[in-house]
Design a protein around this ligand. Structure first.
Ligand SMILES: Cc1cc2nc3c(=O)[nH]c(=O)nc-3n(C[C@H](O)[C@H](O)[C@H](O)COP(=O)(O)O)c2cc1C
Length: 219
């Protein structure tokens, strides 16, 4: 049986060019396991399809929402003051990056059973009613369409999928909430137990994607 991400990556064949937005959440700029997985995934994608890449290190410019931001966000578009529009500018930029991309590559470690605060701050800035999601009588609806996401997660001692994993389902929920439900997650978990083996397993999953079925479709 094919791994689920093979099917997932094969769907990328519909794109003539991949516009990849890469987001890195690890606070460690060097020797980061999750960034290593991200590098391998970019190399893997580049071998299969033309890739245009934009990158954002979520630690480089982390900003957190505050009362002024919330008020600006809930003020209708045409009624915002210049100061309120300015307050939302960074969030607009992050959302523009999502609109530009057709594939999101997120790398993140687990911090204290969950995600790094910088990644949470990015999520708070991009989940905006009327912009990336809306509600109708059937409930919430994501407004970002035709995009896929690859989430690469590393952990020290907690197994992904275990009861203490508050990363995997949470991130899938957030992406699908804003309309990105073609999501795959690859983990190198329990790195503190056997880092080499765990990384090797995740890298093998990344390398497994032969993508023969993509190549003929790319111009
Ligand atoms: C502040 C901090 C909190 C962490 N919390 C957890 C945790 O709750 N569970 C876990 O399994 N590993 C935890 N770890 C270990 C990291 O998830 C693990 O070392 C991961 O591979 C780091 O990825 P990176 O090298 O890309 O930063 C934590 C590491 C740090 C620095």
């Amino acid at each position: 049986m094919k791994p689920r991400h093979m099917k997932h990556l094969s769907t990328l064949g519909g794109h003539r060019q991949l516009r990849v937005l890469r987001l890195d959440a690890s606070a460690s700029p060097d020797d980061s396991a999750s960034r290593k997985l991200g590098d391998a995934m970019i190399a893997r994608l580049r071998r299969a399809v033309p890739v245009e890449l934009r990158q954002r290190d979520l630690n480089a410019d982390a900003r957190f929402i505050d009362a002024g931001w919330i008020e600006a966000n809930f003020t209708p578009y045409g009624e915002r003051s210049a100061a309120q529009s300015e307050c939302l500018r960074f969030s607009d930029t992050l959302i523009d990056e999502l609109h530009w991309a057709n594939h999101i590559l997120l790398t993140t470690p687990m911090y204290n059973f969950s995600i790094p605060a910088t990644l949470k701050s990015w999520i708070d800035l991009v989940c905006r009613p009327g912009v990336t999601f809306s509600y109708d009588e059937d409930g919430p609806m994501g407004l970002l369409a035709y995009k896929s996401a690859e989430i690469l997660v590393t952990t020290g001692g907690i197994a992904l999928g275990s009861e203490a994993d508050f990363v995997s389902d949470y991130l899938k929920q957030v992406f699908s909430f804003i309309g990105i439900d073609d999501i795959d997650l690859i983990g190198a978990d329990c790195m503190h137990v056997d880092a080499e083996e765990s990384l090797a397993r995740a890298l093998a999953r990344i390398e497994l994607d032969e993508m023969e079925n993509i190549l003929p479709e790319v111009a």
